[in-house]
Structure formats: C-alpha cells, structure tokens
Design a binder for this molecule. Sequence first.
Ligand code: MN
Length: 243
Amino acid sequence: MKPIIGITMTTNNGQYCINEAYVKSVLQAGGIPVNIPFGVESDAEQLLEGIDGLLLTGGVDVHPHFFDEEPHINIGDIMLERDEVELELTEAALKKTMPIFGICRGIQLLNVALGGTLYQDINSQYEHTPILHKQNARRKEASHYIEITKGSKLHESIGKEKIAVNSFHHQALKKVPDIFEITAKASDGIIEAFEIKDYPYCVGVQWHPEEMAIAGDEHAKNLFKSFIDACVANKQQNATVVS
Ligand code: MN
C-alpha cells in the first residue's frame, strides 16, 4: 500500500494552487498526494488520521508575530490563514510522530512552530556577507553548495557531504531550538537543513528538491524517497497498532 501524503497549498486571486513539482515528486517517489486547504486547523488531528506523512511546501513569509517580532521593512507577502493551518497541522503531526518534510517556507515554519526565529530578510539582517540565495537561474538548476553533516538522516539519504542545490529564499533560520540538529549549511553560514533527533522523520530543507527531483537529480530523488520510506513505515506501524 502506498502512503498518502498531505501537501499544503496556497491561494492566489481566489484560487487554490500548488506548484506541480511537489505533486509530481511525491508521485515519483511512490506516494499518493492529497492537497490540504486552509480552514481545517480546528480539525487538524482528525485530518491527519487520513494521511501518512505531511509535506510543508514553499511560499510566502511566515507572519513575524509568530516569533514575537514586528515586520521588517523588507519582509515579503504574508498569509495569516496559511500560517494558522500549517502551524496546527505541524503541531498535531509532531504529537503523533508522523513523518514531516518541510521545504523552503516549510523548514521556516517548522522552526517557528517549535519556538525558533527567522531572518526576515537575509540581505538586510544577516550578520555576515551572504552569497546569492535568490538565484536567477532556472528553478531546476543548482546554484550554491551546501555542506551536509555526516551521520544525519539527510546525509544517509543523499550519501554525500557536499552537493550543489537551487536557492529561492530571502529569509532564513536564525535562532534554532535545541530539538533540531542543523544538518546542512551554505558557505556563508546560512542554515540549509535541519532534522529532529530521536524522531522517525522530521527533515527541513531550505532549497527546492522537488524541482530538481522531477528534472531527474539523483540526490533530490533520494531525499523524496527517504521521506516516502518513512511514511510507509509509519503507515505499517499504525496498521499494526490497529490490528
Ligand atoms: Mn540557499
């Protein structure tokens, strides 16, 4: 049985939308994608009964009030409805140790959900000189290197200590709660991945593996595969508990 993967969405001009790369990369890795709209926050726990893994997707900036800051002048678009549903889903998923994969905004949301903070705008707030994190190259193309911590789940799935990734973010993780292990950084020190130690699978990445996976990149495909494998294991474990 394939695992069902809940994928968060966004809205644009009154229409729900999702970048097809998320859906295709889940399909490619052997999952069944379903999209989760806004407004289900009070039913998050029940909704999670019907899925085996949660994919937090990229998108607009998280409202800075969720990490006790006022908006910086260079903050981007924010969407409170989306923050509310994704924060509830994340909290409920963590409670039942469901596999979670956070991409771009997804890693930032995970960090904020557990008490972390963000650079609201890297270029105006980062203490060091940043490299380019908002690439002009096409979405599937890698633009900067990351160094990956040996022994991490990320390293296990990718199998390399240095890879090149794509980059489309103007925000980044600042203060990271101890529950997370930082597992990858760019050469300027910007955090590019983390995971929760002693948890089946909760991995966040700052780049966009979904774009690279559907273009055939092996590292990105392996990363999605590791998430889907964890969702299969979660599904089997829950089936055992029920029977
Ligand atoms: Mn980057």
